[in-house]
Design a protein around this ligand. Structure first.
Ligand code: PBG
Length: 307
């Protein structure tokens, strides 16, 4: 009789692949997660696929960075290489999503090009996102997920894909993405530090705003988003419920690094029952209206089902 039943079908696993390493590197702030080599990434994705996890979201950690973030669209860039290997190994067994952003690839750590005053140039960034989308689609991504919160990013990416014959590649828009402190462990996972102690409040949303999310989401749907995302998840369940009620496209929620890490840290101290809290949190995110949840707990959820 339960209204909400969480299953492996509901989750996507974010995975990190790092250039220039021979063995996977554990991420201290995300227990159980690694910066993968291309080989270990393929092994992990294959394992998750056999456990029934329907998709993965791939993030790259390059070994060099520049002002433009050119590694993000380089055909030999780490994510492109990884996507091709994943596609070859997995065929159509899993949906492969590529996170589309520049922050992992820029030397200043911002999600877009910065001008001489250090301010992100929204419109100049769009052309670069188009290049990244084409590189990721060519390498085998089923879905590209623009996460930089530039205005017009969905329309730009969609038209670039359609113009190059990638009309079958879907766009998962990080539509309501907040300037949250909960991304801390992620920045360790991708070795990103924002230059000069900066932040992303110029392009990500103010956590104090609820109605603004509806506006952002409506814009992305109008621009052609196939799916929209709310991020983070738990502290924004009101936003998630609003969005789920206001659009007809599938709604995703990102259960972000800090949300996962908090559960792991408290469980490690024996203060909470980790697996129980994790399941409760993910169930609440689904209950609020998420049709899919990006979570670092995807693997453990799948293992529990198969135990
Ligand atoms: C940007 C991006 C970030 C996350 C996903 N995509 C970091 C940011 O916006 O600063 C965070 C995900 C997480 O914390 O789990 N490429």
């Amino acid at each position: 009789m339960a209204e909400t039943a969480l299953s492996v079908d509901d989750v996507l696993a974010p995975l990190f692949v790092r250039q220039g390493i021979d063995t996977p590197v554990p991420i201290a702030s995300l227990p159980g997660q690694h910066q993968h080599t291309v080989g270990s990434l393929v092994t992990e994705a294959t394992r998750l696929a056999s456990l029934g996890v329907p998709g993965i979201v791939v993030f790259g950690v390059p070994d060099r960075r520049d002002a433009e973030g050119s590694g993000a669209w380089d055909p030999d860039g780490i994510v492109q290489v990884a996507l091709a290997e994943l596609r070859g190994a997995l065929g159509d067994r899993m949906v492969i999503v590529a996170d589309l952003c520049l922050d992992e690839y820029t030397d200043h750590g911002h999600c877009g090009l910065v001008d001489s005053a250090g301010v992100v140039d929204n419109d100049a960034t769009l052309a670069l996102y188009q290049r990244v989308a084409l590189a990721q689609a060519s390498a085998g991504a089923d879905v590209v997920a623009p996460s930089g919160m530039m205005d017009g990013q969905v329309a730009a990416v969609r038209s670039a894909l359609d113009g190059a014959g990638f009309d079958q590649v879907a766009v998962l828009a990080y539509a309501a993405k907040y300037a949250s402190a909960l991304y801390g462990p992620f920045r360790e996972a991708v070795d990103v530090e924002i230059a000069g102690g900066g932040d992303r409040r110029g392009y990500q949303q103010d956590p104090a705003n609820r109605r603004e999310a509806r506006v952002e989401v409506a814009l992305d749907v109008a621009e052609g988003a196939d799916m929209v995302m709310v991020k983070p998840a738990l502290a924004y369940l009101d936003v998630l419920a609003d969005v789920a009620a206001s659009v007809d496209v599938p709604v995703a929620a990102y259960h972000v690094s800090g949300e996962y890490a908090m559960v792991k840290a408290a469980a490690e101290r024996g203060w909470i029952d980790g697996p129980a809290v994790m399941t409760e949190h993910l169930t609440a995110i689904k209950r609020a209206g998420a049709r899919m949840i990006l979570t670092y707990a995807a693997g453990e959820l799948a293992e529990a089902v198969h135990r």
